[in-house]
Ligand binder design. Structure first.
Ligand SMILES: C[S@@+](CC[C@H](N)C(=O)[O-])C[C@H]1O[C@@H](n2cnc3c(N)ncnc32)[C@H](O)[C@@H]1O
Length: 238
């Protein structure tokens, strides 16, 4: 993935690279009834926030983060250094080998496409294994312009029902799902705002452009925070 250095400087400083709270992963583990000496992959783990949560919640499990951006891998490694059951590696989440009892993926499957991603991951699941992923969704077919504007960079975004159909098309059964609205987004954009402010003084033109883009995204989210959503889906192969 070829990303500008200024973009990587900003986003590598973040605790995570998309909306989410540690409670989301804990909810998924509880709903899937997962504990013990499992093999878990965090696909598209960014700087490793969920690797950390999963490693603490599952002390007897082995957590492997897989991330395509070297700068994010480099930021994740020191934060996982005190967790002997967690590692992160540079790799392609579209080519996982496994076998994993759980493939967790927050805000990353859209890079592969939901159906394509699930089909690829199916081969990497251990018998009885599950996938948990979050994905941007529209709350209805007829969303206000503010919501359309927010999602403009991702024109393929569809409704919750559409995403659940894609899960089914990939040959998976939905175990449970829940919307992530409000707090996980506020936490993400609060941390992004802090880093924008830290990098703004003396920013180069290229950095200012990246910071301006991030500020525009935050402003768009603030226009409709109650309607901008991720759907967190738990699924197993049928
Ligand atoms: C929106 S970020 C979410 C990061 C992290 N899961 C989180 O919630 O903080 C999506 C991540 O997926 C990674 N990614 C995209 N395509 C990938 C691929 N083919 N293999 C591995 N990682 C990938 C991106 O580099 C990025 O770090």
């Amino acid at each position: 993935m070829d990303l500008p250095a200024e973009f990587l400087t900003l986003y590598s400083r973040l605790d995570r690279q998309g909306p989410g709270l540690s409670g989301d992963a804990i909810w998924a583990l509880e709903r899937l009834g997962l504990s013990g000496p499992l093999a878990v992959c965090d696909a598209g783990c960014g700087t490793g926030a969920d690797c950390e949560t999963l490693a603490r919640a599952l002390p007897r499990a082995r957590i492997e983060g897989v991330e395509a951006v070297p700068a994010f891998v480099a930021a994740a490694q020191p934060r996982l250094a005190d967790l002997p059951n967690a590692t992160v590696r540079l790799g392609d989440m579209g080519a996982l080998e496994g076998p994993y009892d759980l493939i967790w993926s927050a805000g990353a499957i859209y890079f592969l496409g939901v159906t394509e991603g699930l089909r690829a991951w199916r081969e990497a699941l251990a018998p009885g294994g599950a996938v948990a992923f979050s994905q941007g969704v529209l709350l209805s077919e007829d969303e206000p312009q503010a919501v359309r504007d927010f999602w403009a960079p991702e024109p393929e975004i569809i409704t919750c029902e559409g995403v659940l159909d894609q899960v089914s098309d990939a040959g998976f059964e939905v175990i449970d799902s829940k919307l992530l609205i409000g707090a996980p987004w506020a936490a993400y954009y609060d941390s992004l705002s802090v880093q924008i402010a830290a990098l703004r003084p003396g920013a180069s033109a290229a950095m200012a452009e990246v910071l301006d883009g991030a500020e525009r995204e935050i402003a768009l989210w603030r226009q409709a925070p109650e309607r901008i959503a991720y759907l967190l889906v738990l699924a197993r192969p049928r």
